[in-house]
Write a protein that binds this ligand. Sequence first.
Ligand SMILES: *[C@@H]1O[C@H](CO)[C@@H](O)[C@H](O)[C@H]1NC(C)=O
Ligand SMILES: *[C@@H]1O[C@H](CO)[C@@H](O)[C@H](O)[C@H]1NC(C)=O
Ligand SMILES: *[C@@H]1O[C@H](CO)[C@@H](O)[C@H](O)[C@H]1NC(C)=O
Ligand SMILES: *[C@@H]1O[C@H](CO)[C@@H](O)[C@H](O)[C@H]1NC(C)=O
Ligand SMILES: *[C@@H]1O[C@H](CO)[C@@H](O)[C@H](O)[C@H]1NC(C)=O
Ligand SMILES: *[C@@H]1O[C@H](CO)[C@@H](O)[C@H](O)[C@H]1NC(C)=O
Length: 494
Amino acid sequence: MLAHNVLTLALLVPAVASSVIHPTRRQSSLDSFIQSESTVALQGVLNNIGADGSSVPGASAGVVVASPSKSNPDYFYSWTRDAALTIAMVIERFMAGDVSLETVIQQYITAQAKVQTITSPSGGLSNGAGLGEPKYNVNLTAFTGDWGRPQRDGPALRATALIAYGNNLLSTGKQSVVKTNIWPIVQNDLNYVAQYWNQTGFDLWEEVKGSSFFTVAAQHRALVEGSAFAKSLGQSCDICDSQAPQVLCFLQDFWNGTSVISDLANDGRSGLDANSVLSSIQTFDPNSSCDDTTFQPCSARALSNHKLYVDSFRSIYDLNSGKKSGEAVAVGRYPEDVYQGGNPWYLTTLAAAEQLYDALYQWKKQGSLAITQTSLPFFQDLDSSAAPGNYSSSSSMYSSVTSAVKNYADGFYSIVQQYTPSNGSLAEQFTRNNGTPISARDLTWSYAAFLTAASRRSGAVPRSWGASKANQVPSQCQGGFATGTYATPTVSSW
Ligand SMILES: *[C@@H]1O[C@H](CO)[C@@H](O)[C@H](O)[C@H]1NC(C)=O
Ligand SMILES: *[C@@H]1O[C@H](CO)[C@@H](O)[C@H](O)[C@H]1NC(C)=O
Ligand SMILES: *[C@@H]1O[C@H](CO)[C@@H](O)[C@H](O)[C@H]1NC(C)=O
Ligand SMILES: *[C@@H]1O[C@H](CO)[C@@H](O)[C@H](O)[C@H]1NC(C)=O
Ligand SMILES: *[C@@H]1O[C@H](CO)[C@@H](O)[C@H](O)[C@H]1NC(C)=O
Ligand SMILES: *[C@@H]1O[C@H](CO)[C@@H](O)[C@H](O)[C@H]1NC(C)=O
């Protein structure tokens, strides 16, 4: 029967078969790849978390190691950023029903209570400065070597992860455990963000000292949801309320009219950087409209930026040759990158897909899609009939544009599929000339990025953080002037 069907198709409708059946087949192969690779990716994450992770012997309980690689490069450390982003993904899967993950979440929180007390070259807890330390030894001691420090995104990302789990516990009536075990850690992080957001630091790639869009965007989100979290515990975060609008005000400075300039620093770069795309997925709010001031994934700003960012890699990687504008390509951190040869990364190519899945969710939820002069170039690459206007979900423009965006997003995922080795392991990068995996092996963040993009593609989204009520930019920006307070957190039983 199978042979007969194939033969019939081949003989009777060859021309149609090649244009219609092929995309369907590719789609189903992408679906099954995502399904099987998701299992590998989740195991890949768990293998890199102490104390039981099989790839990271020596790591303490709840410590998320960046990669098992100990040389060229040595990533056998726990970065506050990578760990928080990874645990945020784990929390989302826990909330979606994988209850086996709760122990690792609680162990992470217990470990972070200890981390906050570690005095490092960034400083200690008494004035909060130590919270900006980017990475720690896997046995929960300070890393004392030279490094690009401080990095001020870590406390914000950690607060966001802990708040997600805290809100889940609150929804099951566990107020006192949240107040005892989670709030003190979150409170320190919120105070740090409110006190230090207006000072320079190193960006998420640990190279540029200045002001980083990703850091500021993550900080704004943390302050906004931190204030609401405090209220739901009968507490308050006045310092969050006073600083959040100013952080949003500063965030606007990174927009140049067509793209985000990811670092405000004297770095001689174009400013096009995955930093910006990662920001839009970090601050994605499923309950928000396509708001420009918070750079929501479906905003005209974020879409225009997506195009300029992606286009900056079209001609520089051999891997992308022959791809037309509007076709997905392999993308890296920023076009000027030379680290390990300056290659595409799995997590950035996945982020390019994830932003678009987020946008599709937002358009579907609001039942319409706007094309403005700012976003027109993005849309026209995907559908030459795109024109400015507001299109309801019943219009043919809405259907054709959203289906083009979905195909484009899947195209980034298919590139990841193409360059994933058959055993499913995801390194940090794949080479720009032939796509061979390179740099740190089994990068925890690569696996986490695979899983969050897969969730968004399937329509699963996190909770709202209140973006739609925190998008008013003050008429005049002011610098920071708040001083935080800090206290030693302890975690008792759960
Ligand atoms: C913790 O790890 C560091 C780096 O590997 C090592 O130098 C130090 O001796 C360890 N400390 C303890 C208490 O095990
Ligand atoms: C501090 O905030 C002001 C007002 O938004 C801004 O102009 C300035 O660049 C900021 N500086 C840093 C280092 O964040
Ligand atoms: C914004 O910056 C990007 C990247 O450097 C550049 O290509 C673009 O022309 C700039 N847009 C404007 C309006 O200056
Ligand atoms: C779309 O609708 C918004 C708000 O209703 C309006 O401000 C905007 O001008 C409209 N855009 C177009 C292109 O019609
Ligand atoms: C998986 O494949 C990659 C690339 O071929 C290889 O480097 C790695 O060692 C393999 N991992 C395992 C656990 O076999
Ligand atoms: C979602 O948005 C609606 C309307 O803007 C608002 O009433 C509601 O409170 C929001 N929900 C959350 C969880 O923020």
